[in-house]
Ligand binder design. Sequence first.
Ligand SMILES: O=C(O)CC1=CCC(=O)O1
Length: 93
Amino acid sequence: MALFHVRMDVDIPRDLDPEERAETLAREKKYSQDLQHSGKWVHIWRITGKFSNISIFDVETPDELHEILWNLPLFPFMTIDVTPLNKHASSIK
Ligand SMILES: O=C(O)CC1=CCC(=O)O1
């Protein structure tokens, strides 16, 4: 098990076909919710006032996270920042 903090900033071009935009967003939602049901996508939080989210992933390896992120339907329109997390020595959980 390895935890990762991931920030995703979304920037969809204004001239993208509205049908393609809607279809991509619907696929993104299903992809994300399937991974949430699997337990791999542990948290997703909207960043206030931005088309961005902060997420926590619980995966086996960095390669697995890479595959997940690479296959996001919105991947071509995202800037993604990944921070690996280690257990803090003072954590009681
Ligand atoms: O809306 C976003 O922040 C992008 C996104 C990631 C998963 C999802 O459902 O939307």
